[in-house]
Ligand binder design. Structure first.
Ligand code: TXA
Ligand code: MG
Length: 350
């Protein structure tokens, strides 16, 4: 399949009438799949009402069919069409954080969406992205758009059109290149079908921000306990992993450097993921810096590009520093733990 690639300036409002947007929306209306940027990561969009379109998303990504997709909308009207019983708390969160990186799990209205979107569940994940290109495409198509991250299943999510091309060129109808995404990690997934909402996946909107609006918020215990099945089906799969084994290190830079030295003495090529503030403390074959501790959101923004870089480098093993788990750091650490397959080396326990 030939993949058409369009470029568009993400800073322009009311993009609906631009040819890049009308053409890509036209493909979505014709049940083709098209990748486009959102404020978090690139999404792989399809008409959420069409079985045929949604099946193409699962095929292109190699995604297990039991892992439901997020439906992206651009208006409240589109929301009311597909869900019922919107709890008061969910309404307050929408008023505060939409458009933005917060996905709400709500009860779905029967018969409105392809069953493949929801993997047979009676709930649906919905969000309104805060990105002019995404909103323009949804408006121009006049459809709810099902969109998982636009990566091959298991790989880090794409934060640039190049990442999407690396994974999906030739497998999808189109890619809308709107530059690099802003947040860098995916949306927070919050189950609003229970009395005290539960974070199923930490992301762009933080626990602290949610609590400030609705008070009590729980976190899925499976996020910290690997013996429990996660409530978001997608969270049980290996994800974000670079090709070389990755170890997450808790401890001081000197401890991490000793681990590196040991492996290099064995003849291995070693990579490090570190914060800007510690960059000068390390000697390794490759030192990759996603961002700075003083501005943790920069680490989130650069994390997936850092992980993907190692696949292009000649590296046998990767050690990553740990980051503070407050604010957006919770999402960063969740992704690093998954990328490491939960292989954690703690200075206190060696
Ligand atoms: O930022 C994002 O959320 C990006 C952009 C493209 O919007 N999308 C994204 O989609 O990350 P995806 O498919 O990679 O992740 C969706 C997550 C999965 O873990 C999935 O299992 C969960 O949301 N999910 C979807 N529907 C659900 C439902 N009804 N109940 C529980 N979890 C659900
Ligand atoms: Mg994903």
């Amino acid at each position: 399949m030939k993949t058409k690639v369009w470029s568009v300036d993400k800073n322009v409002d009311n993009l609906q009438s631009y040819p890049q947007i009308t053409e890509s929306a036209g493909l979505l209306k014709a049940d083709q799949v098209v990748a486009f940027p959102t404020e978090t990561v690139y999404g792989l969009g399809a008409n959420a009402k069409s079985d045929e379109a949604v099946k193409k998303v699962f095929e292109a990504k190699g995604r297990p069919s039991d892992n439901p997709l997020i439906v992206h909308i651009a208006s409240e009207g589109q929301l009311e069409d597909i869900v019922e019983d919107i709890p008061e708390q969910a309404r307050r969160l929408m008023a505060e954080f939409w458009p933005g990186p917060l996905t709400l799990i709500l009860r779905r209205k029967p018969g409105k969406l392809s069953n493949f979107v929801t993997a047979g569940l009676d709930t649906v994940a919905v969000r309104m992205p805060d990105h002019q290109v995404a909103l323009g495409i949804i408006r121009a198509s006049d459809l709810p758009i099902a969109a998982p991250s636009a990566n091959t299943s298991g790989k880090p999510s794409p934060t640039s059109a190049k990442h999407v091309e690396d994974d999906l060129l030739g497998r999808i109808a189109g890619i809308v290149d709107g530059g690099t995404t802003g947040v860098g990690v995916e949306s927070t997934v919050l189950d609003c079908t229970v009395e005290v909402p539960i974070i199923l996946r930490p992301g762009g909107v933080t626990l602290e921000q949610l609590k400030a609006v609705i008070g009590a918020v729980q976190q899925d215990v499976a996020l910290k306990n690997q013996d429990t099945a996660p409530k978001a089906p997608g969270m049980k799969y290996t994800h974000y992993a670079p090709k070389a084994p990755l170890y997450l290190v808790k401890g001081q830079p000197a401890f991490l450097q000793r681990l590196v030295d040991e492996k290099r003495r064995d003849g291995l090529k070693v990579g490090i993921i570190t914060a800007l503030e510690h960059e000068a403390e390390y000697i390794a074959d490759y030192v990759v810096v996603p961002g700075s501790l003083a501005q943790l959101h920069t680490v989130a923004a650069g994390l997936y590009d850092a992980l993907r870089q190692f696949d292009e480098l000649d590296v046998d093993i990767i050690f990553s520093e740990s980051f503070p788990e407050s604010g957006i750091g919770a999402a960063v650490m969740n992704r690093l733990e998954k990328a490491a397959g939960h292989q954690i080396i703690d200075e206190k326990h060696v």
